[in-house]
Design a protein around this ligand. Structure first.
Ligand SMILES: [Zn+2]
Length: 184
């Protein structure tokens, strides 16, 4: 339901004409003071994943330019665009569509959320997951499914902070496995 409300907001507020040209590394500013997050500068073609261990839990936060998810960043107004955004949010709301951890660690979903944010000329999809793992020390690899699930995706920069080790690296469809043996 939350996703639907976001869509409604986007649609009703929208009076700006669709733009398909974008400046890269553009600053985004949000004017609502109570907004939990604002759009930061993003680079089209480069999504981010922040991954943090907290004891037996792992939190994942994906930040993805709309360009990487639906191929456009104007506010969805036409029926077909609204459908694309809704489909993307459905995909993003299931962690398995984005990452798969080796089964020995026995991780399961605790929370998941996906939303889209718009400003005047850019948009960003955010998805957040919390997984809890019975045997978190047995995590060896995390396979990135993002590239298979969302066809406009190109690169993903992963910032990982686990108890034993940190990692910051860029991945793509040909290099889609995060090797993290002994990290957790
Ligand atoms: Zn953008």
């Amino acid at each position: 339901m939350k996703f639907f409300i976001y869509l409604l907001l986007s649609i009703s507020i929208n009076s700006i004409k669709a733009e398909d040209h974008h400046k890269h590394d553009h600053d985004h500013h949000h004017h609502k003071e109570n907004e939990k997050k604002s759009l930061d500068a993003h680079e089209h073609g480069l999504s981010l994943l922040n991954l943090v261990q907290d004891r037996n839990k792992i939190s994942f936060e994906f930040e993805m330019p709309g360009f990487d998810i639906v191929g456009f960043e104007y506010k969805a107004k036409k029926k077909e665009d609204i459908k694309k955004v809704r489909n993307a949010l459905n995909i993003l709301s299931e962690p398995k569509n984005m990452i798969i951890i080796n089964a020995e660690a026995e991780c399961k979903k605790e929370e998941s959320e996906a939303r889209v944010m718009n400003d005047n000329s850019h948009s960003e999809f955010i998805s957040e997951y919390i997984l809890s793992c019975k045997k978190i020390s047995l995590i060896k690899n995390i396979k990135i499914m993002y590239f298979d699930s969302l066809k406009f995706s190109k690169k993903l920069k992963v910032n990982l902070v686990a108890n034993n080790e940190k990692l910051s690296q860029v991945y793509d469809i040909k290099n889609n496995i995060i090797n993290v043996e002994d990290y957790f």
